[in-house]
Design a protein around this ligand. Structure first.
Ligand SMILES: [Zn+2]
Ligand SMILES: [Zn+2]
Length: 131
């Protein structure tokens, strides 16, 4: 059972995503949406400028500090478990790593066999060119 959010159509709606191999033969696709505004629910929270220290709703213009924003983040992971080979899709609250140097992005248990899997920050992300 899963209440995961739909696969992303627009990378711009995402706070974070990664696709990676979980050795030896597992696979994971993780995506985290920029959260919907808790005040109006009409738009996602985004930084008004790249350098901004806060996030704002594009609909109601309410502003949120980074800690508030981070509390709203939730991960979705579509995976093939490297231990049992089964596929799964899970959803949960995401504790965003506090520093850019932290390598572990999230740990999760396979819903079939309970294997503890880890998703890492990739050293080089191939960014899709949009626009
Ligand atoms: Zn709003
Ligand atoms: Zn498993």
């Amino acid at each position: 059972m899963s209440n995961a959010e739909p696969r992303p159509e627009n990378i711009g709606d995402l706070d974070f995503f990664t696709r990676q191999i979980m050795a030896p033969n597992g696979f994971a696709f993780m995506w985290v949406y920029k959260p919907l505004c808790p005040a109006c629910g009409k738009a996602r929270l985004k930084k008004p400028k790249k350098t901004a220290k806060f996030y704002a709703c594009e609909a109601c213009k309410k502003e949120f500090e980074k800690p508030e924003y981070n509390k709203l983040l939730a991960y979705n992971i579509e995976y093939t478990c490297p231990a049992c080979g089964k596929k799964g899709l899970i959803h949960g609250e995401w504790e965003k790593p506090g520093t850019k140097t932290s390598k572990v992005m999230v740990k999760f248990e396979c819903e079939h066999c309970g294997e503890k899997n880890t998703i890492y920050r990739m050293s080089k992300l191939k960014k899709k060119k949009k626009k």
